[in-house]
Design a protein. Structure first.
Length: 752
C-alpha cells in the first residue's frame, strides 16, 4: 500500500506542496477547485510528465500494486461516444465448491505473503546489523590508514582516497597475505632503503688497516744500558745511572780531565771506558727505539686521518657521531703514548707500555662492516628494485594485517553469523515464494474455469433495475469481450444518457471492475482504490446506493482475508456523502486506527491540506462556520455567509434573509442590503478579474456587518458560540460613514 503522497509544483500546489501520510482507509474533503482531481489524476497517471515533481512512498518499497482511480477522466475514457465498453472478467457463481477452494487458496496466499513480509522485515534488520558492523570495521581500518599513512603511503597507493576501498583491501590481505612479518622499526628501515633508494649503486667502504704490533714492540720494554763486563759498568748499573752518565758523556769531551759534574780529576782512561761502555749495541738499540717510534707515530697519524676522512665523507649508513667520538679517543691516546715515548728516548733504560688502540680500531671496522652490509643490501635492491618494492608492499600490508587482527576476527565472526542468517532468510523467502506462486497458479487454473464477462452484466443490470433505471441496460456487444448500452427496444443508449445516468452507470462499472479485470491474467493483482467525487449529478437515493457500495468496499478491505483490495482513498466535496461513507457504527465521528481524515483548502490560489485526529465533518452547517473561521479571506466567503444566513434564519427560523433588514435603523439598512447583494453576487456569479472589491479589506468590513445582523436580531449568543474566540484581523466594532457610502455604491452597482 501507499505510505505517503507528496504533491507539489503542479496545478494549485506550490513548491512546498502537501504531504499525506495514509492509512488503509482515507477520507479527503475539499470544495471544488481545491485540488482533489489533481491528486486523483496523479495516482491514475503517476508517470505523466506533469507530475514529475510528485512522489509516492510505498510500504516496504513494494510498488507492484494496480491503482484503480474513479474520477471524471475514468468516465470520459470508458463512456464516450463510441458504443463498445471493455468487458470485465469476474468469477461466476456456478460452482460453489470451486469458489470455496479458490477462497481457501487465496487465504493461504495472503498468509504466505504475510510470512514473507515478516521475514523481509527481519531480513531488513539483519542487513542493517551487517551494515552497522561493516561500518564500524571500516572505521577501524581507516584508523590504521591514518596512523601509518605518512610512512606507508607508497604501499597504500590506490587505497588512500576511500574508506570502503581500504577496508576491502584489509579483508583481502587478511585472507591471503603470507609475507614475512617485521617490526615497525625494521619496516621503516626497509621503506627508506627501497622506496627512497638511490638510483646509482654505492661503493662499499674499505676496512681500515693498522699494524697493532707497533704498539707492543719489545724495544719499548727493553732496558737500554751500556756494556756490563767493564769495571765501570758495575758502578753505573748498581747506581742505575746509565741514562745520567749518557747525558754527561757529551760534556766529558771538553772537560780536560775534570768531571763536569763534581769538578774532581777523572780517573785515567775514563773517557775511553765510557766510550767502551756505550758501545755499538747500545747505539743500535737507540736507533731501533727511534725507528720504532717514527713508525708508530706515522701509523697512528694515518689511522686518525682515515677516521676523519670517513667521518667527513657522504657515505650513507655510517654513524658519524660514533666515528667522531672514536677518532677523538684515538687522538687522545696517541698523545699520551707520544709522551711515554719521549720519556723513553730521554731515559732509554726506562721500560714503557703504550695504551692500545686495538679495541677502537675494532669498533670502527665493525661500524664499517655494518654499513657495508646495508650498502650491499641497497645495491641488491637497486638491482632488483621492482621486485623489492613488491615484496616490501606485501610486508607492509602483513604488518597492517597483524595490527588489525583483533578487529578483523571480530568482524568476520559476527558478519559470517549474520550472513548465514540472511542466507537462511533468503532461502525461506524463495521457498515461500515458490509455494505462493504454486497457489496462485492453482487459483488461476480454477478461475479460468469460471471467469467470464457475463456475471458483470447481470450484476450491473440488477443494480440499475433496483435503483429505478429501467430505460437502459448493459448488454454483451458484438465485439468479443465488450459491452454496450441499449434501450428497452435494443437501440444504442450510450449517446443519449443523461449526466446522472452516465455517472451512475460509470460508477457501477468501476465498482464491478474492482472485483474483476479487463485482462484475465490481472484478476489476482493487489489493488489500491481511489474514488474522486462519485456523486456529482446524482439524486439523494442514488447517493445512498453509492455510499452503500463504498461501505461494502470498507468491509471487504477490513474483514475479507481473500481480497486483493489493500487501500481505499475517497475524495469528495459533498458533506452528506462524506458523512454517509465515514460514519462508523458505535464510534460516530471517532477515527479508527486504520483511518485518516483530511480537509483540502485553497487560499490565494494555493492549495494546502490539514489532517484531523477525528472526523472533522460533523454537519454541513458546522462546516460552514469552520470554513469561515479558517478562511475568512477566501473568495468563497460570500457564498459561505449566504449559506449560513439561509440555514439559520430561513431553514431554522423560517425567516427570509431578504426581510432581516426590515427592523434595522435606516443607516444600517443600506449596509445590510449591500451585504446580501454582495453574498448573492459572490455565490451566483463567476468570480473573474472584474470583481476587484472582493479583497481582504472588504471581507473584513462585511464580516463585521455579518456579525451585526446576528447582534441586531438578538442572536449574538449563537454567533459567539459558533465563532468562539475568532477575531478578524481587520474587523472594527463600527462601520464608518465613508465605508457605508462605499458599500452602498457597491450594492447599487451589483443590483443593476
Amino acid at each position: 500500500m501507499i505510505n505517503k503522497i507528496n504533491i507539489k509544483e503542479v496545478a494549485s500546489f506550490n513548491s512546498i506542496g502537501v504531504k499525506l501520510n495514509l492509512k488503509e482507509i482515507n477520507y479527503i474533503f475539499g470544495s471544488n477547485g481545491t485540488g482533489k482531481t489533481t491528486i486523483s489524476e496523479f495516482l491514475r497517471n503517476k508517470k505523466d510528465q506533469r507530475f514529475s515533481t510528485c512522489t509516492i512512498d510505498w510500504e516496504n518499497d513494494k510498488s507492484d500494486f494496480d491503482i484503480f482511480v474513479y474520477n471524471k477522466h475514468f468516465v470520459e475514457d470508458n463512456f464516450n461516444i463510441r458504443n463498445e465498453i471493455k468487458g470485465i472478467f469476474t468469477l461466476g457463481k456456478e460452482s460453489s465448491d470451486k469458489l470455496k477452494e479458490i477462497d481457501e487458496k487465496n487465504r493461504d496466499i495472503k498468509k504466505h505473503e504475510e510470512k514473507i513480509d515478516n521475514i523481509k522485515e527481519n531480513l531488513k534488520e539483519k542487513e542493517q546489523q551487517l551494515n552497522a558492523l561493516r561500518a564500524d570495521f571500516q572505521e577501524k581500518c581507516w584508523g590504521l590508514k591514518l596512523k601509518y599513512d605518512d610512512k606507508f603511503k607508497d604501499a597504500f597507493k590506490g587505497f588512500r582516497d576511500k574508506k570502503v576501498k581500504f577496508m576491502e583491501k584489509c579483508i583481502y590481505e587478511a585472507q591471503l597475505n603470507q609475507s614475512e612479518y617485521h617490526t615497525y622499526d625494521k619496516l621503516l628501515e626497509k621503506v627508506n632503503s627501497v622506496f627512497k633508494a638511490p638510483s646509482d649503486k654505492i661503493n662499499t667502504i674499505s676496512e681500515i688497516l693498522y699494524d697493532i704490533s707497533l704498539e707492543t714492540n719489545t724495544i719499548f720494554q727493553t732496558t737500554i744500558i751500556g756494556k756490563k763486563d767493564l769495571d765501570i759498568a758495575k758502578l753505573i748499573n748498581n747506581l742505575n745511572l746509565s741514562d745520567w752518565v749518557k747525558q754527561g758523556q757529551i760534556h766529558v769531551e771538553n772537560a780536560n780531565g775534570i768531571c763536569p759534574f763534581c769538578q774532581q780529576v777523572l780517573p785515567d782512561k775514563f773517557k775511553e771506558k765510557l766510550d767502551e761502555y756505550f758501545d755499538e749495541t747500545y747505539a743500535e738499540q737507540l736507533d731501533a727505539l727511534n725507528s720504532s717510534i717514527r713508525m708508530y707515530e706515522k701509523e697512528t697519524i694515518d689511522l686518525i686521518q682515515k677516521c676523519q676522512s670517513l667521518n667527513n665523507s657522504d657515505i650513507p649508513f655510517i654513524d658519524k657521531n660514533k666515528i667522531a667520538n672514536i677518532s677523538d679517543t684515538i687522538s687522545s691516546i696517541h698523545k699520551e703514548n707520544l709522551l711515554l715515548l719521549e720519556m723513553k728516548v730521554k731515559e732509554p733504560s726506562r721500560n714503557i707500555k703504550l695504551k692500545s688502540l686495538t679495541s677502537y680500531l675494532t669498533q670502527i671496522n665493525l661500524e664499517i662492516k655494518h654499513a657495508n652490509i646495508k650498502i650491499s643490501e641497497t645495491n641488491r635492491v637497486i638491482d632488483n628494485i621492482e621486485e623489492e618494492k613488491e615484496i616490501l608492499v606485501n610486508e607492509l600490508w602483513r604488518f597492517v594485517v597483524e595490527e588489525n587482527k583483533s578487529y578483523f576476527s571480530h568482524y568476520m565472526h559476527y558478519s559470517n553469523k549474520i550472513k548465514k542468517a540472511i542466507e537462511g532468510m533468503h532461502n525461506a523467502i524463495d521457498e515461500k515464494e515458490k509455494h505462493k506462486d504454486a497457489l496462485k497458479n492453482d487459483v488461476i487454473r480454477l478461475q479460468s474455469q469460471l471467469i467470464s464477462i457475463l456475471p458483470s452484466i447481470s450484476y450491473i443490470n440488477s443494480i440499475l433495475k433496483s435503483s429505478g433505471f429501467t430505460n437502459f441496460q448493459l448488454a454483451e456487444s458484438d465485439e468479443k469481450g465488450s459491452y454496450k448500452l441499449i434501450r428497452e427496444n435494443g437501440e444504442d443508449a450510450n449517446e443519449t444518457l443523461s449526466e446522472g445516468e452516465k455517472t451512475f452507470i460509470s460508477f457501477l462499472y468501476f465498482y464491478q471492475l474492482l472485483f474483476g479485470a479487463h485482462v484475465k491474467d490481472t484478476i489476482n493483482n493487489d489493488r489500491i482504490i481511489v474514488i474522486d467525487d462519485p456523486v456529482s449529478s446524482l439524486d439523494s437515493n442514488i447517493l445512498f446506493i453509492v455510499s452503500n457500495l463504498i461501505g461494502h468496499l470498507k468491509k471487504v478491505l477490513r474483514y475479507d482475508g481473500t481480497t486483493h483490495i489493500t487501500q481505499l482513498i475517497v475524495l469528495t466535496h459533498n458533506v452528506y456523502f462524506h458523512k454517509e461513507i465515514s460514519f462508523n457504527k458505535a464510534k460516530g465521528t471517532k477515527k479508527l486506527s486504520d483511518e485518516s481524515f483530511w480537509i483540502l483548502r485553497k487560499t490565494d490560489n494555493i492549495s494546502y491540506i490539514t489532517e484531523y485526529d477525528d472526523n472533522p465533518i460533523k454537519s454541513s452547517y458546522e462546516l460552514l462556520w469552520n470554513e469561515l473561521k479558517e478562511n475568512p479571506n477566501s473568495i468563497a466567503a460570500p457564498n459561505i455567509m449566504r449559506r449560513i444566513l439561509e440555514n439559520y434564519f430561513k431553514f431554522f427560523g423560517n425567516v427570509d434573509i431578504d426581510d432581516i433588514t426590515k427592523d434595522f435603523p435606516i443607516e444600517q439598512k443600506v449596509v445590510c442590503g449591500s451585504l446580501l447583494s454582495w453574498v448573492h453576487d459572490g455565490s451566483h456569479h463567476m468570480n473573474d478579474d472584474l470583481y476587484v472589491d472582493n479583497n481582504h479589506e472588504s471581507n473584513s468590513i462585511y464580516f463585521n456587518i455579518f456579525k451585526q445582523i446576528f447582534v441586531n436580531c438578538n442572536h449574538q449568543s449563537h454567533f459567539d458560540m459558533m465563532m468562539g474566540d475568532f477575531e478578524f484581523s481587520l474587523a472594527t466594532e463600527e462601520v464608518t460613514e465613508h465605508e457605508v457610502k462605499s458599500i452602498y455604491k457597491q450594492a447599487v452597482a451589483s443590483m443593476e
